[in-house]
Design a protein around this ligand. Sequence first.
Ligand code: ASP
Length: 324
Amino acid sequence: MTNAPTATPPIIEFPKSWTRRHLLDLESLDADEITTILDTAQQLKTLTNDCKSKLPLLVGKTCANLFFENSTRTRNSFSLAAKRLGADTVEFSSSGSSVAKGETFVDTAKTIEAMGVDWVVTRHSTPGTPHLLSRELKCSVLNAGDGPHDHPTQGLLDMLTIRQHRGSIKGLTVALVGDIAHSRTARSNIWGLSKLGANVIICGPPTLVSPRWAELGFEVAHHLDDILPRCDVLNLLRIQFERQKARPFPSVHEYAALYAMNGERMRKAKDDILIMAPGPINRGVEITPEVADGPHSVILEQVNNGIAVRMAALWLLAGANQTN
Ligand code: ASP
């Protein structure tokens, strides 16, 4: 017997291959980087008892949420993710701020950064704003949605949810259904899922699906009923009326008749189909209550996984800042 002290193993090992300081989109990440975030999120979810308890990995650091658009899930789960790992948070909303006095977006962000923050999480209606901030600020920048462009943590939490149910994403047929043209969730999922080997189907009215997707090699469908029996996962996207300049279909009733996931369509789907939605859901438009609240729906699991993925992103970016 020896009384020599034994070294405490680290609670979680930092992945040596991780070097990114910002999380701006999924298009620029490779499959290994996406897998690293998902693996880290899964570990952190387990270590925090399903994202409910605290793990002091980021004590002394501060996360600023700079939101220039509405948010329920993303803003609150970024805050909770930071707090679960022991960091402090600063909550900024454009309404009631000096933006109303004419301050620019970059000046506002630099002002918040000067208060000593380690990450700026930003949501803005203009595509590319997080990319701009990543050049202007010294701290890490995370994109929480830039207009219709990208929403990387949404794509990641969707993939984490699929992986938890199916073990792997490779080979699955995943359809993104609805307002592809205005959905940043669609774009994040399209890039992320295809990099991990899923067969991605892009489905919606011709007015809401650019023909470019087919030119890029993706399967495009305009009738949900044609593809439904083949799908392992459906991700039902909200019609983003707030981003549309012209009405893309005659009526919500007609949209729902062609694209809403309802009880009748569920009977034509695979027995183990996963029903997902990024939220907020519009009941009766893209999904009926019996499907949203039914046994195939993983919508609230997606919400919980949002905390896991955001904990992983904050921790990985902070680690890259220390090693770079
Ligand atoms: N919450 C998601 C987003 O911010 C989806 C949506 O708004 O429909 O993009």
